[in-house]
Design a protein around this ligand. Structure first.
Ligand SMILES: Cc1cc2nc3c(=O)[nH]c(=O)nc-3n(C[C@H](O)[C@H](O)[C@H](O)COP(=O)(O)O)c2cc1C
Length: 329
């Protein structure tokens, strides 16, 4: 029997252009228990765009949460319904991305300045679906440094029925910093998130931002209900191989990089058989051998444009030879 852990104990962050369905299949080969988030999908893209393209996913990805970007309660409700219809396990509202303004108002981190609107959004989504509705946000916007700001935001949104908050522990500076700089420059303040958990013990509070090793994950789990990891998980995927054992008390999974690579190539072959170039998926797995001899050569072979027309097993053979040093790549 799996122990009774919070579904939010460990998750991989939503990351645009990165955590697409292929990336999530890859991550699932490394950890069965970690919750995976989609990239943010805007309500406009879902309502007016190609829904299967945005929403289809592979059954192996469960548990998987759909992250939405939007600020119109009715639109978000419609999209929450779609999330349920497609079989997602959760729907998450992005209140943390420093995105530019969009046609019908603002979304992302700007929403932190409009807690009542976020509450309306959450209410509408909760009325539309039985799925858990969660919110990902920052600790503040621009130069607002006070704890009260984020506390009031959480209190208002919790009143509308949201009980799970994933908190990126830095402000979003909406006045000129690029999204990338907004993930680096505003200082991390973990203690603010710990304080939220202390003041709202009944809520599920997960922390995010700058968590780069397993010791820090363990340390954070002493203060909050969950840890969301973004860039570290993406760039050092093998680090996730012992998460199930370490953080969910599972028996050792006996995974090897070779076995993960082999299962991953099977995914690439399935894509290839359907006429989809394997490179669209493989870019997410280039870090698999990081930290081992030959990792760079292995990555170089998989990134070589001249090889993109070959079947994946052939490229794998070349990459493995390069990695093991029998061929100079
Ligand atoms: C390439 C990239 C794309 C991102 N896209 C999203 C997104 O779509 N939605 C979101 O809420 N956060 C997004 N983020 C922010 C991450 O979810 C996370 O909050 C941030 O990277 C901090 O966590 P980390 O230090 O563990 O990476 C993105 C981050 C990166 C690096």
């Amino acid at each position: 029997m799996p122990a009774d852990f919070s579904p939010w104990r460990l998750s991989v962050a939503p990351m645009m252009d990165w955590t697409d369905r292929h990336c999530r299949v890859f991550h699932r080969l490394l950890t069965r228990r970690t919750l995976l988030y989609t990239e943010m999908v805007t309500t406009g893209a879902l309502i007016h765009g190609d829904q299967p393209r945005h929403l289809d996913f592979d059954a192996v990805e469960h548990p998987v949460a759909l992250q939405l970007g939007g600020s119109e309660p009715a639109d978000l409700a419609a999209c929450a319904r779609l999330a349920e219809r497609w079989g997602y396990d959760e729907v998450n509202l992005n209140c943390g991305c420093p995105s530019p303004r969009v046609q019908r108002g603002a979304f992302g981190a700007c929403l932190m300045g409009e807690a009542a609107l976020v509450a309306d959004c959450v209410k509408a989504m909760r009325d539309a679906t039985a799925l858990p509705v969660t919110v990902k946000h920052r600790i503040g916007i621009d130069r607002i440094e006070s704890y009260d700001f984020v506390r009031d935001f959480v209190a208002t949104v919790a009143e509308a029925g949201c009980s799970v908050f994933i908190v990126h522990a830095r402000n979003a500076w909406l006045d000129g910093l690029s999204p990338k700089d907004n993930r680096e420059i505003p200082p991390l303040r973990y203690e603010i998130v710990h304080r939220l958990k202390r003041e709202f013990p009944q809520l599920t509070i997960a922390i995010n931002g700058g968590i780069k090793d397993e010791a820090t994950i363990a340390e954070q789990l002493a203060h909050v209900d969950g840890v969301m990891v973004g860039r570290h998980a993406y760039h050092e995927p093998w680090s996730m191989a012992d998460w199930d054992e370490r953080f969910f008390g599972e028996a050792p999974n006996g995974l090897t990089r070779e076995a993960v690579e082999d299962a991953w190539i099977a995914h690439l072959e399935a894509l290839w058989a359907r006429g989809t170039p394997w490179a669209v998926a493989m870019r997410h797995a280039l870090g698999l051998w990081n930290g081992t001899p030959g990792a760079r050569r292995w990555r170089q072979v998989w990134s070589d444009h001249k090889l993109k027309g070959l079947p994946p097993r052939q490229v794998q053979a070349l990459a493995t030879s390069a990695r093991l040093g029998s061929v100079t790549a």
